[in-house]
Write a protein of this length. Structure first.
Length: 100
């Protein structure tokens, strides 16, 4: 399996090829979608993309961690983290591709 990362340019190029918008319009569309997702997450909302997955915000409580090198206890502050939960459709599609 390749280790290529999909970039914004790759997404806008795919929109250009599949939908037929100009390259500039395709890039603007991709930016608008990513901006909307980002804005909703920054606002504390979850984002669900049907048949793809959900971007969720989770609040993690504070806890005591340990420095693995020294063994010293270090407090870890409470924080909010972003997690991605793939849909079952996406999981099935990835599993099918790996089993070929």
């Amino acid at each position: 399996m390749g280790s290529k990362t999909v970039t914004r340019a790759d997404l806008s190029d795919a929109v250009h090829r599949e939908v037929g918008l100009s390259r500039h319009e395709s890039a603007e569309l991709v930016e608008a979608v990513l901006d909307m997702i980002s804005d909703k997450l920054v606002g504390g909302e979850s984002v669900k993309l049907s048949s793809f997955g959900s971007f969720l915000l989770r609040d993690k409580t504070g806890r005591v961690g340990r420095n693995p090198k020294t063994g010293e206890e270090v407090p870890i502050e409470p924080r909010r983290v972003l997690v991605f939960k793939p849909s079952q459709v996406l999981k099935d599609r990835v599993d099918a591709a790996l089993s070929k």
